[in-house]
Design a protein around this ligand. Structure first.
Ligand code: ZN
Length: 369
């Protein structure tokens, strides 16, 4: 059975450290989950992911359902065996991809009909089928189908959308048969305070194992994102993890942790790595910049990842300019390690009751460069 335990709560703000257990191991929170869209975190082996301290990864139900097909993965022994990752996995419901990758889709009470972005075939997914798919993939944490409310959206649309999402969450819970998998319900409510509050309260009634906060970072200002989180979190049960979907930058993570979020996923560190944008404690660097042509320093002098211990900015710039595969691999190793170290530092700061000081220092370092 899935259990989440709060180990310590910050005296100021809502930041907290905790841990949850899964059939594939324990996870310490706040945690960053590298994104493995196609059952692979692009460019890295599971051993490399573990080597940099990755505890849990995310995989996308939508992509794996379309290709290679969840039945294929089930036949081969489930997602863990298929991708040779024996740690915890969270699968999303596919709802976000259905809405973001498909211009042609039709939402009804029953579910969503959409056209595959790969071959144009027509599919209907329902709250029930999404649970069946995720049960056959075998992830440790699975999620309910939701409608990611577009932005901007009218009050009436947002209200109808959240009612649909809550109703789908109830059907998802009723469908689930595997007690080893935890089920997360997704909170929507757009950019309306009362709808966020209502969504949170009604999701508490549904009683999932954890809460995902969806529909944010969809084009609204950061201030509005933080406000919506602040309206949501006080209405959730404190003994369940809170996962904010698709966020974000190191700054976003610090702000969300401050407001009580426990779990994160984002393609930013991996996608930016492949585009040559690298994270450091003093801000981002663009490795293709000619200023690095003769630069013998590592990406970040404070970083002790494999890339920073062994390679200069000049070499990494050369690999990137030459379009070498190794550029993506080394950059991804560094960026993910940077995010994992950030989470370790955050947890340590909360543990030592100095999270606000940590937050001030975090911004100070970035402003001084
Ligand atoms: Zn590094």
């Amino acid at each position: 059975m899935f259990r989440f335990k709060v180990i310590k709560k910050s005296k100021e703000g809502e930041a907290r450290i905790g841990e949850f257990n899964t059939p594939h191991g324990m996870v310490k929170t706040p945690v960053f989950m590298p994104v493995g869209t196609q059952a692979t975190v692009k460019g890295l082996t599971p051993e490399e992911l573990k080597g940099i301290g990755t505890e849990i990864i995310l995989a996308n139900t939508y992509h794996l359902y379309l290709r290679p097909g969840h039945q294929v993965i089930e036949r081969i022994g489930g997602l863990h065996k298929f991708m040779h990752w024996d740690g915890p996995i969270l699968t999303d419901s596919g709802g976000y991809q259905v809405f973001s990758l498909n211009a042609l889709r039709e939402i009804s009470e029953e579910g969503v009909t959409f056209k595959s972005h790969i071959d144009g075939s027509i599919h209907l997914i329902t709250p029930e089928s999404v649970i069946h798919i995720q049960e056959s993939l075998g992830a440790d944490i699975i999620t309910c189908l939701d409608e990611c409310t577009p932005y901007p959206a009218t009050y009436e649309y947002t209200q109808r959308s959240l009612e649909l999402t809550i109703n789908w969450a109830k059907r998802s819970k009723a469908t689930k048969t595997n007690n080893h998998q935890a089920l997360f319900g997704i909170i929507q409510g757009g950019m309306y305070r009362d709808l966020r509050e209502r969504s949170a309260k009604e999701m508490v009634e549904v009683d999932p194992d954890g809460y995902a906060i969806g529909g944010l970072s969809v084009g609204e200002t950061k201030l509005l994102t933080w406000e919506m989180i602040e309206y949501t979190i006080p209405h959730l049960l404190p003994d369940r993890p809170r996962y904010i979907m698709g966020i974000g930058t190191p700054e976003d993570i610090v702000e969300c942790v401050y407001r009580g979020v426990d779990m994160f996923d984002c393609v930013l560190p991996t996608r930016n790595a492949r585009n040559g944008m690298l994270f450091t404690n003093s801000g981002k660097i663009v490795i293709r910049n000619s200023a690095y042509r003769l630069d013998e320093d590592p990406i970040d002098k404070d970083c002790d990842c494999y890339t920073c211990r062994n390679y200069s900015r000049a070499y990494l710039r050369h690999l990137f300019m030459a379009g070498e595969i190794l550029a993506s691999r080394l950059n991804t190793l560094h960026n993910l390690y940077h995010f994992i170290c950030l989470m370790n530092d955050i947890r340590q700061a909360i543990f030592e009751d100095r999270f606000l000081q940590f937050r001030r220092d975090f911004y100070h370092k970035r402003c001084n460069t």
